[in-house]
Design a protein around this ligand. Structure first.
Ligand code: ADP
Ligand code: 5GP
Length: 211
């Protein structure tokens, strides 16, 4: 009995819980949803902290929200093979380092990544095997309102994000690209959908922590 339990937990540690990729237009609500998950399941989920060349927004913390780097630093890391994926989005570079994922997996937590559509496509070429979830706004008008109300963008970056959003909203419909598309209209409903699709992984992760 003890031996079997030991084998089961060893196997779970070896395979680990499946990571989760959240994607979707800027302003759709990815950070809001993932912050709720991280708060409600503190020890179950861990955020893969990406690198970016964009400036931190008020309240964002280096090393927690992003690793803020220069283009030169980012390019050096990419050339050295330190990133599993990287992309140019709205005039800045973004990327997921291998170290960011390993840091979460070392804690035996479910690793959550927040990446754009290019990131999704590039992660599909790796052996990460995550659950892919797209968070979409109810409409482009609602998205624009949310982005304006967030007060984080200049008019120029807002327009770039809206253009990128139109492309994202269209391309995300590709059959099989995502395991689930959540339309984030009512936040609590969207959060319930997210928890439901992750229920099995949450249970596995919680189980492996108990044994
Ligand atoms: P993303 O991480 O996808 O760029 P955010 O999580 O920052 O988007 O959300 C964009 C803005 O919209 C934030 O100000 C957030 O508080 C707000 N927001 C998120 N979800 C909803 C919702 N369901 N209803 C109304 N406002 C929302
Ligand atoms: P923001 O500047 O609003 O934080 O992020 C802008 C976009 O970059 C979002 O669509 C977000 O999902 C994406 N993003 C954030 N980190 C990464 C990353 O590591 N890789 C990729 N490909 N996209 C990212």
């Amino acid at each position: 009995m003890i031996w079997r339990r030991f084998l089961c937990s060893a196997l779970r540690i070896m395979t680990g819980p499946r990571p989760v990729v959240l994607s979707g237009p800027s302003g759709a609500g990815k950070s809001t949803l993932l912050k709720k998950l991280l708060k409600d399941y503190e020890n179950v989920f861990g955020f893969s902290v990406s690198h970016t060349t964009r400036q931190p927004r008020p309240g964002e913390v280096n090393g927690k929200d992003y690793h803020y780097v220069t283009r030169e630093e980012m390019q050096k890391g990419i050339d050295a093979g330190e990133f599993i994926e990287h992309a140019e989005f709205s005039g800045n570079m973004y990327g997921t380092s291998k170290a960011a994922i390993q840091a979460v997996q070392a804690q035996n937590q479910i690793c959550i990544l927040d990446v754009d559509l290019q990131g999704v496509k590039n992660i599909k070429k790796t052996d990460l095997d995550p659950i892919y979830i797209s968070v979409q706004p109810p409409s482009i008008e609602t998205l624009e309102k949310r982005l304006r109300d967030r007060q984080t963008e200049t008019e120029e970056s807002l327009q770039k994000r809206l253009n990128a959003a139109c492309i994202d909203m269209e391309l995300s419909k590709e059959p099989g690209l995502f395991n689930l598309i959540i339309v984030n209209n009512d936040l609590e409903e969207a959060y319930s959908e997210l928890k439901e699709v992750l229920a099995e992984e949450i249970e596995k992760a919680q189980g492996s922590k108990k044994s």
